[in-house]
Design a protein around this ligand. Structure first.
Ligand code: PGA
Length: 232
């Protein structure tokens, strides 16, 4: 399975000019680019190889002409701002119904991880159950679902953020795949790792067979860093 690398620009960059520059420098096959909403239509026109992703959904469905392939849902920034699992569940169903590919972000807080890996696994199981409620017997194309395991404490915008170790990330991702299979009969789901991925550590994550790609925030804003991550 080819690995998927997603550039999550969050609210960056500051100008359309910079966004255009960044899009051109990021336009490679196997990459998905998630610019802020205001730049979506401009970036859509510039990408020839990379796919376009949208950060979250509101009640609207993005127009087909934008050619958005992926929708990132359940990112911790939005969860922190009050988005509930029930709201995320609704959005997942809506996005799948409209044939988007969904990248559902899950991840535990520092307080939970401090309790140990079993506690983190239990938290992730519950999060998946809530976010994917009712999916199993629906007519939705569940094969269009991907997961990003993003431990909150590892995301670069958090205080004292540190990437997870590739060993632990692989273990958590293995767990996620097991839950998807045993509870939802979903096989072959791509599960990415996200949280302070840089050129220094990308290879260690991406060379793991369990880890199917990376969701990259901060390092995706610097073409040199992002290209180094892609090249491995
Ligand atoms: P980061 O962000 O790579 O800057 O840690 C990842 C994310 O929030 O998706």
């Amino acid at each position: 399975m080819p690995k998927l690398i997603v550039a999550n620009w969050k609210n960056n960059p500051k100008s359309l000019h910079e966004a255009a520059r960044l899009a051109k420098a990021t336009d490679f096959k196997g990459i998905a680019v998630a610019p802020p909403r205001i730049y979506l239509s401009s970036v859509a026109k510039l990408l020839k190889n990379a796919s376009l992703a949208r950060q979250n959904l509101e009640d609207d469905i993005p127009p087909k002409k934008l050619k958005i392939k992926y929708v990132i849902l359940g990112h911790s920034d939005y969860r922190k701002a009050g988005e509930t699992d029930a709201a995320i569940n609704k959005k997942i169903k809506l996005a799948l119904k409209h044939n988007f590919k969904v990248i559902l972000c899950v991840g535990e807080s520092k307080a939970i991880r401090r309790k140990g890996i079993p506690a983190a696994k239990r938290f992730i199981t519950t999060q998946l159950q809530k976010d994917l409620a009712g999916i199993r017997n629906s007519k939705l194309k569940i094969q269009n679902l991907a997961i990003a395991y993003e431990p909150i404490w590892a995301i670069s915008t958090e205080k004292n953020a540190k990437p997870d170790t590739p060993e632990n990330a692989a273990q958590m991702i293995k767990h996620i795949k097991k839950v998807l299979y045993t509870k939802y009969m979903i096989r072959n789901t791509k599960v990415l790792y996200g949280g302070s991925v840089t050129p220094k550590n990308a290879k260690a994550f991406l060379s793991r067979k369990e880890i199917d790609g990376a969701l990259v925030g901060r390092a995706s804003l610097k073409p040199k860093l992002f290209q180094a991550i892609i090249k491995g």
